[in-house]
Ligand binder design. Sequence first.
Ligand code: ADP
Ligand code: MG
Length: 805
Amino acid sequence: MILSLARRAFGSRADRRLARYARTATTIIALSPRYRDLRADALLMEAQLLRDRARTGASLNELTIPAFALVREAARRTLSEEHVPAQLIGGLALHDGLLVEMKTGEGKTLAATLAAFLNGLNGQGVHIATPNDHLAGRDARWMQPVYAALGMSIGAITHDMDDDARRVAYAAEVTYGTASEFGFDYLRDNMKFTTAETVQRGLSFALVDEADAVMIDEARVPLSLFGPLGDRSTLYQSIERVVAKLGPYAYDHYGRKRHVSLTTAGAEIVENALRVAGLLKSGAGLFDIESISLLHHIVQALRAQVLLKRDRDYVVSDGAVVLVDGMTGRLMPGRRYDDGLHQALEAKERQPIGEESRILASITFQTFLRSYDKLAGMTGTALQDAPEYRDVYGLDAITVPTHRPIIRVDDTRYHTSHTEKIEAIMRSIEDANANQQPVLIGAPTVAQSEAFARELTSRGWRQHDFDRDDAPPHDTTGAVAGRVFNLLNARYHAREADIIAMAGLPGAVTIATGMAGRGTDIKLGGGNPALGQQVAASGGLLVIGTEHHDQARLDDQLRGRAGRQGDPGRSIFHAAPDDDLLESALKAPPAQDAERCFNPEELRTQINAAQSLHASTTLEQRFSLSRFDQVIDLQRRVVYDRRLAIRDEPDPLGRIAGLREETIDDLLNKFALTKGPRDDAGLDASVRAILTLAIPVSELPDRVALRAEISTIARQWVQRKIEAVGHRVIGDIVRRIMLALLDQLWAEQSERLEHLKRIIGDRRLPPHKVLTEFRIEAFSSFELMLRDYRHEVTAHVMRLGLGRS
Ligand code: ADP
Ligand code: MG
C-alpha cells in the first residue's frame, strides 16, 4: 500500500519533470535555425561567449538552452547526427544531477555531450566515466569533433598513461576515463609531495556511463592501492608457535566451523606467550585497541590451525601451499588467501613465507563518487535499483522514454531439464541460422559461455573468432556463411568491440557474457543498409539467454541488445530446474521427480525468488561496505585535509613547534599527572627516546616548571639546527618528513581498520551493534594514530642533521 503510493508519487514527480524537460527540448529545437547558417568561426565565437558568461558568474542553468542548441548544431555538422528530443531530455536530466535510464542504443554517448559541454564551460573539469578504457578512448575520439567545433578541449585517461599525460588529459575541460582510474588518481594524488606532481584539478562533476556497472556491480569491492610490505616471516613464525601449542579448550568454533575465536582461558594463555615472545608489551592486552593487528594475526593463525585441513582445503607441494577449489576439488595454483591467512598457513606447514603487500590507501566507489560536487549517471536499466542510487549516491532516477517504440518481443521458456533446455536452444539457433537471422547467445559467466561453445562444437559448429581484420566466411552479399560461431568474453575489450559490432550480420552467431562488448552498438547488418534490411526482414537480432542471471537487471541488459531504436528483434531466456542460479540460491535442491510433475509456474516463482534473494544479499553487502566506509571517510578527510595543508604550507617549521608542544603534553599527561604520583623514570626514558634530550626531571618537582624546562630546551635544540642548516632547507626536509609519516601511519591505520572490520564481524554482535562498535573503536585507533604522528614527527625532527650541527 505504502509502496504503491510512494511509487505513484515518485511516478508523478518524474512525469512532471519529463514534461518540463520535453518543453525545454522543444525550445532548444526551435533555436536550431539561428545556428544552422553560422560559419564555423561564428559557432566557435558563440561557444566562447557562453564560456565567458559562465566564468564571469552566470549560472549554468541560464546557459542551458543556448548551450544545448549549440552542441546539437555541432553534432549535426560533424557527425551528421542531430540530438533527438529523447537525447535532449536525457541531457537536461544529466545536467540536473539525475540517474538517467535510457535504453541501450538510444544514443547515450551523444546525449552526454550536452551536459558535458554545459558543465565544461566553467572550466572546473567534467569527468565522464566509462565502463572500461577502451570505451573511454572510443567515446573521446568519437565525440571529439563535436567538442572541437565548439572549441572545447577534451582528454582521455587510459590505464597505461604516465603522470604527464594524465595531467594534460585532466587539464582539459572534459575528460573521459574509467571511474577506477579517476579514483586511483585521486588516491595517488593524495600521496604526492608537491602540488606540481598531482594530476587532477579537483572533483567537480562526474557523469557516469553504464552507471549500474560501476555504482552497483563494481562497487562491491573498494578501490585499493597496494605497496610492498617487506618480509614479516618472523612475525608469522612466532605467532604460529604461540597458536600451535593451544589445546581445544583455548578456542571455540561456530557457524558450521567457519569461524573461530579464543576463549577467555585461551586469550590469557596467548597473551602470556606473546609477552614472552616480545610481541606484546608488558602493560598491553591482546584486546586493546593498539593490538588490533596482532589480534588479527592470531585469529588468522587459529583459522589456519583449526579450520583449514591439509589435503582437503589445500595441499603442500614443492614448497608452496596450493589451495583446493571447494566445489570441484581442483587445485588452484597461484591463488592465495588474503589478509595474512595464506602466510599463516605457510607458517603452519613450515614453508617459506610469501611476500605481502599492504593497502596504502583505499576508498569505495560509493565514497569516491560522492566526493564530486555534482554527480549524474546514465544506464540502460535503472529502475530496479532506484532506491540504492538514492540512498547510497543521493541520485534520483528518471526514465527517458525511447525515441521510437520498442517492438522487440521478450519471452521465457521453461524446460524440465538441462538436456531438454540445450536441445531447445540448439533448435532455435539452427532455425534462425537457416533464415540467416543473427543470434546473440548470452551466458552469465565466462565458464558457461565456454561450455556452451563446446556444446556447439560437438554438434558440428566451428568456432571462428572473426573481426574486421579477419572476416568470417561469407557469401557474395556479405552474409556469414556456414555453421560458424564467435565466442567473446570480457577479456579483451578492444577486440570485443570489433566482434560485437559484427554480431548483427546475417547468419552471425555470437556467444557473449553480460559484460562482454558492453557499450558497443549491435547494428543490424553490421552497418550495411542492404544487409540491415535483410536482417530486419528475418526478424532482427535474436537474443538467447542460456540461463537467467542472478540479477534480473542483467537479464534485461541482455534482452536490450536486441530491438534497439525501434528495430525488430526477439529475446528468449531458457530456464530449467537444474540451473546454477537455483542450485546455488535455494536451500532445497530441486525435486527429484521434476520430470513427472513439472510446473513452469513454479519454476518461474523459484527463479524470481532466487533473483530477489541474491539482490537483497548483495545489496546488504554494499550497504554495509558503504556504511563502514562512511566511518572511515571521516578519518580519510582529516588525513587528506591535513596532508594538503602541510603540502601547501609556506612555513612548515611553524607546524612542528605545535606538534612538539602537544607531544610534551602527552608525555606529561602520561607520566606526570596533575594528581597522583609521578613516574620520573618513565618520563625520563620517554624524553630521551622521543626528544633525544637528557633533562634532570627529578630535580624539577613543580609540574609547570618541568613542562617549561622541557619545552625551552627542546625549542632551543631545534632552533640551533635551523640556524646551522638554514631555514629554507630544513623547512623542506620537515615537510617531507611530515608527509611521509602521515602516509605511512595512514596506510597502517587503513590496514588496522580492515582488520577491525573483520574482528568485529567475528564478535557475534547483534547487527545494529556492529557499526556502533566499529565507530567507537575506529575512533580510538585514529586518536592513537594521530598521537603516533605527533610523536614520530617530533622524534624525527629532534634527530635531524645530528652530527652536522
Ligand atoms: P547507447 O550508449 O545508449 O547504447 P550509443 O551511444 O552507443 O547508444 O549509440 C547508439 C547508436 O546510435 C550509435 O551508432 C550512434 O551513432 C547512433 N545515434 C545516436 N544518436 C543519434 C542521433 N541523434 N541520430 C542518429 N544516430 C544516432
Ligand atoms: Mg553506451
